[in-house]
Design a protein. Sequence first.
Length: 259
Amino acid sequence: MTTASRWRLDGHGALVTGASKGIGYACARELLGLGADVLMVARDEAHLEQVSAELADEFPDGRIETFAGDLSQHEQRLELFDWVADLDANLSVLVNNVGTNVRKPTLDYTEAEVRFLIDTNLVSAFEICRLAHPLLAEHGSAAIVNVGSVSGLAHVRTGSPYGMTKAALHQLTRNLACEWAQDGIRVNAVAPWYIRTQRSEPALADPEYLEEVLDRTPMRRIGEPEEVAAAVAFLCLPAASYVTGECIAVDGGFLRYAF
């Protein structure tokens, strides 16, 4: 393999969930730029079609396919992989980015809210990994990247159920890395801190809270979705062929700041 090809994904198919906004959209765009065919999945069909058209204009030689569905639902996950199988997309990359949150003190959650967060943030990724396994193993040199969070490694006021799901997602990453290495599948994760997305806007709109966040971030700024996408893309590349079971923090130094 040439040096240049180690930093490209030409001929690879990449499935990105939660791909219409924020980090997921940035990942889809980054992978397209590296030559991958990208299968974009999100719930909002109209918005998904809009952003995929924008990407098609930016990458006229790229292949973009879209699937609208709620991946917290078992039947929707099965439909997704029936669709993927029909595409003959040479799937070698999976980016599990679907996630949501409900911010509350622990005592204020309803059981339904907790189950919703677990199903959306964790069970969906677990099941999608299992459904993708035969296709990824067939490729023989594949990569999964799970989008976790610093909240899975430290308390960051996002609510305990969210932190629970992200910590479990990090552990799933480590388990699958060990189990599936023999199948030619590398499994890694990224753990972002505050990233400038639609979901983070309400919290960061409070000037006092924003200043607290910046005070705990050595780089003194909020991250951009493209910065997370760059780390995700690296973990998908042939250049990262000996990296598995890792969780890379994309956090401006937040987790290393003790005082």
